[in-house]
Design a protein around this ligand. Structure first.
Ligand code: 13P
Length: 249
C-alpha cells in the first residue's frame, strides 16, 4: 500500500544514553503531528530491544539495518535472522543499502535473498537502490537502479512487489551534503514506479541522500516521492521531526 513514510537510518551511531535521549525528544513531539507519515527509526541491531520497548504504543516503529538471507537458524556467524528481528519488535528491514553493497560487497542476488527472508519473517523490506557518481555521469542511472530492482523482484517474485518499500538513494548524495534536486530524484522515482509494472502505483518509494529539515519539503512535494530515508539528520530529533512534518499527508 502506497503511503507516506519517513525512516531514520541511524547507521553505526549511538549508545544507550543517546538512544534514550533521542527517543524521549522524538516521542515528545511525534504524537502532535497532524496527519503524520508512517515513522520508523532504524538503530544498530544491539539497540533494537531498547528502542522497541521505548516505542511500544507510540506512532513510531522500529526497523533493522540488515537481515540474514537465510531463514531459520544455523551457522551464520554475525548474521541476525528475520524471525529474531521480528520477535525483537522490528517492522522493517533495510536491504541493499549502498554501504552494504560497497563496503561489504553485497551482490544484487544476495540483496534479493535478504528481501525474500525479510518477507518470510513478516518484515517489510526497504529495498535500497542507487547509482554512483561515475554511473550517473556515464548516463547509466536507469540501468543501474533497474538492475538492482529487477534482482530483488526476480528473487521475491513480481507478485510480491506490492509488499516492498523502495528507497532511491543516489550514492553521491549520501552523507555528502549534496542532495539530488527534487527534479533529479522525481525522474528516477517515476522511472522506478514505471518499472514496477501494474503495482507501481501502490508502492511507497522514498528518497534518501542528504535529506535535511530545509530541503525535505521540496523533495516530498514531487509526485512520486513518498517520503525519505534519512541518515545524519535522523540523529537530531528536531531535524527528524521537521522532516516528518514535511511528509505529513
Ligand atoms: P544521509 O542522510 O546522511 O545522507 O544518509 C542517507 C542514507 O544513507 C540513509 O540510508
Amino acid at each position: 500500500m502506497r503511503g507516506r513514510l519517513v525512516a531514520g537510518n541511524w547507521k553505526m551511531h549511538g549508545n544507550r544514553a543517546m538512544v534514550r535521549e533521542l527517543l524521549d525528544e522524538i516521542l515528545d513531539q511525534a504524537g502532535q503531528l497532524v496527519s503524520p507519515p508512517a515513522m520508523a527509526v532504524i538503530p544498530p541491531a544491539v539497540f533494537i530491544p531498547q528502542v522497541a520497548e521505548r516505542l511500544a504504543g507510540s506512532p513510531v516503529v522500529v526497523g533493522a539495518q540488515n537481515v540474514c538471507d537465510q531463514e531459520g537458524e544455523g551457522a551464520f556467524t554475525g548474521e541476525i535472522s528475520g524471525a529474531m528481528l521480528r520477535e525483537a519488535g522490528c517492522s522493517y528491514a533495510l536491504v541493499g543499502h549502498s554501504e552494504r553493497r560497497a563496503l561489504y560487497a553485497e551482490s544484487d542476488e544476495l540483496v534479493g535473498q535478504r528481501a525474500v527472508a525479510a518477507l518470510a519473517a513478516g518484515l517489510t523490506p526497504i529495498v535500497c537502490v542507487g547509482e554512483t557518481l561515475d554511473e550517473r555521469d556515464a548516463d547509466r542511472t536507469e540501468d543501474v537502479v533497474d538492475r538492482q530492482l529487477q534482482a530483488v523482484l526476480a528473487a521475491t517474485g513480481a507478485e510480491r512487489a506490492a509488499e516492498l518499500v523502495i528507497a532511491y538513494e543516489p550514492v553521491w548524495a549520501i552523507g555528502t551534503g549534496r542532495t539530488a534536486t527534487p527534479e533529479q530524484a522525481q525522474a528516477v522515482h517515476a522511472f522506478l514506479r514505471g518499472r514496477l509494472g501494474a503495482v507501481g502505483a501502490d508502492i511507497t518509494i522514498v528518497y534518501g541522500g542528504s535529506v535535511k529539515a530545509d530541503n525535505a519539503e521540496a523533495l516530498f512535494g514531487m509526485d512520486d516521492i513518498d517520503g525519505g530515508l534519512i541518515g545524519g539528520a535522523s540523529l537530531k530529533a528536531d531535524q527528524f521531526l521537521t522532516i516528518c512534518r514535511a511528509a505529513a499527508g
